[in-house]
Design a protein around this ligand. Structure first.
Ligand code: ARG
Length: 475
């Protein structure tokens, strides 16, 4: 049964019917459509449109439908309704007869769908925030385990300065914290209730929209009916929040795919997140990370696609807006899956400390420390930079690292250099000297990791390793 047959003498072409229908995807919002409909019935009663007995019968019927769908959600799939709103209305009319036909008084699917989608977001945002937090926890546990483990740091993918694995892990904890903030802010802005805006010009009945907004748990009603039914800013914002977070995950994937390569050999991923080759028996491929990186492209595509749709729409509602839901649902699904798999990957990784130590000592990552040493000896930095550059060139020509040059060799370049220089060239000492807030010093990293552990409520000293060891020693 369609909601709008009166004006038409002939039905839809089957090809257009399936093209037009949104039930196959908007059925996800069935609980929200029922919730919004119950609140609308109460608002109609308060406005004197429905009698109390009518409203209670409608509410009862909607609750009954909820139970039926809870028990058999397949009923949605089997129905040929146009969308979730038509489905619910048809079911209500089946249950209550003519009374059911009163519910849509003063309401349009335009304000209805805008409301349903905002309601639907609420529970989804909680799940996403939970997955972001779980990933933060995994990175924090890694930081606690490997606070002092050396890690070569790169800029331009050229060896730059030494870091620690813990410092690297906490960089992602920071990024994820901003992702969570953005998610909270974007979803907070969606907490305005469009219901009662009608099709575009406002409802024709004296609805108390403030009370209605409160009833549905919104912060406030929207203030312009035309804007309320056309506004999908919140969808675009969430697609952006997801795209940026997915970009963070793609960068992490990119790093770790390299870290797991034979050339780097910094870490090994767990069997549970890698796959083999059908032909090459030796392979252990980081498919999990490649898919996270790949899906980030798809998520970004949804943002671009939806903005392209939105920007060309005249006010007010146009059917193009139905495209918002597939974009949003798919994006949030994929983002959440990426977060969950990222968490598995982080928990599965074993860092090769010896290899990291060795790699951190090769490739002149300590050149800046040598320049800093010269500065301490009174050489102006620009000159110290130049002298160090010469020493690096000398090292390259003699196939030696800076710390492998003898004092005599170094003095060929600068007589200011004394034996204490070797202390400056040691990566652990170099890290320990970095004392300013935010530096990769293991002591600071550990403090920072513990601060995060507390904020994220990870059991104190809480690396899994330690917990496992405890269990082992008990057993
Ligand atoms: N299925 C539609 C959507 O998702 C509901 C709104 C339909 N409104 C209309 N005037 N055709 O946007």
């Amino acid at each position: 049964m369609s909601l709008w047959g009166g004006r038409f003498s002939k039905g839809l072409d089957p090809a257009f019917d399936s093209f037009n229908r949104s039930l196959p995807f908007d059925r996800r919002m069935w609980r929200e459509d029922l919730e919004g409909s119950r609140a609308w019935a109460r608002a109609l009663e308060a406005a004197g449109v429905l009698k109390k007995t009518e409203r209670t019968r409608i509410e009862k019927a909607l609750r009954k439908l909820q139970k039926e769908l809870e028990a058999d959600p397949g009923a949605l799939e089997r129905s040929g309704s146009e969308d979730i709103h038509s489905f619910v209305e048809a079911a209500l009319i089946r249950e209550c007869g003519d009374l059911g036909k009163k519910l849509h008084t003063g309401r349009s699917r335009n304000d209805q769908v805008a409301t349903d989608l905002r309601l639907w977001l609420r529970s989804r945002v909680l799940l996403l925030d939970g997955s972001l937090e779980e990933l933060q926890r995994a990175f924090t546990r890694l930081a606690l385990r490997e606070a002092g483990t050396l890690l070569p740091g790169f800029t331009h993918l050229q060896k730059a300065q030494v870091l620690t694995v813990g410092h690297y892990a906490l960089a992602y904890v920071e990024m994820l914290a901003r992702d969570r903030e953005r998610l909270a802010q974007a979803s907070k802005r969606a907490e305005r209730c469009p219901l009662g805006s009608g099709a575009l010009a406002g409802t024709g009945f004296p609805i108390d929209r403030r009370a209605l907004a409160r009833d549905l748990g919104f912060d406030a009603p929207t203030r312009n009916s035309l804007d309320a039914v056309s506004d999908r800013d919140f969808v675009a914002e969430l697609l952006f929040v997801a795209s940026l977070s997915a970009a963070h995950l793609a960068r992490f994937s990119e790093d770790w795919i390299f870290y797991a390569s034979a050339e780097a050999g910094y870490l090994e991923l767990g069997d549970e997140v890698t796959t083999g080759s059908s032909l090459m028996p030796q392979k252990k491929n980081p498919d999990s990370l490649e898919l996270i990186r790949g899906k980030g492209g798809r998520i970004l595509g949804k943002l671009c696609g939806f903005l392209a749709t939105l920007r060309s729409l005249p006010l007010a509602y146009n059917k193009d807006l139905q495209e918002d839901k597939e974009a949003l649902f798919e994006t949030l699904d994929q983002w959440q899956a990426c977060l969950e798999v990222s968490r598995l990957v982080v928990d599965s990784a074993r860092f090769h400390r010896e290899r990291l130590e060795e790699s951190s000592r090769r490739g002149y990552l300590n050149a800046t420390d040598l320049a800093d040493y010269l500065v301490q000896e009174g050489v102006p930095f620009r000159q110290a930079h130049d002298l160090t550059g010469r020493l690096v060139r000398l090292g390259i020509s003699r196939k030696k690292e800076l710390q492998e040059l003898s004092l005599e060799e170094m003095r060929e370049v600068s007589s200011r250099i004394g034996p204490e220089v070797y202390d400056f060239l040691d990566p652990h000492r170099a890290l320990a000297r970095r004392s300013a807030l935010g530096a990769a010093n293991p002591r600071l990293v550990l403090r920072e990791a513990r601060r995060w552990a507390k904020a994220l409520q990870i059991p104190s000293g809480g690396s899994r390793e330690k917990q496992k060891n405890k269990k082992r020693s008990k057993g």
